[in-house]
Design a protein around this ligand. Sequence first.
Ligand SMILES: [Zn+2]
Ligand SMILES: [Zn+2]
Length: 158
Amino acid sequence: MAESVHPASDAATGVDVRGRCLCGAVTFAARLPKREVAICHCDMCQRWTAGPFLTVEFAGELAIEGADSVSLYRSSEWGERAFCKVCGTSLFWHMAGTDHYALNAGALEDKSALALTLQIFIDEKPAYYDFANDTPKMTGAEVVAAFSGGATEHGSNV
Ligand SMILES: [Zn+2]
Ligand SMILES: [Zn+2]
């Protein structure tokens, strides 16, 4: 039963998730507002992950164990990217100076019941792949506009 598998799932209280890097040196925990996955196709995410970056996003507290093994790379004026020093796993993108995070969905322990709901920076997606999922798509410019004139990135150009 889904109810027993996900006792913490509740639209009012959020969803508690845990994740870890490939080697296990870093684990993290957070409470998500919903079980939604977004994809960023931007050029920076492609370089960082070897593909598009599939994330679960939230604003709030991110609990990290093994922080000594985390490196932060400031990839733009707005964003920084965390990865495991030991195994190289991409852990999360963080909007600098805020509590907004985009966690690596692939690093979550429990990926069940997640739904792909958005694709961003679709204009930077290379032609050699396409997702069959039918989701809303936003260009980089639309993403920037939606986040009030430049206070986001995920990437590139801003
Ligand atoms: Zn690791
Ligand atoms: Zn990106």
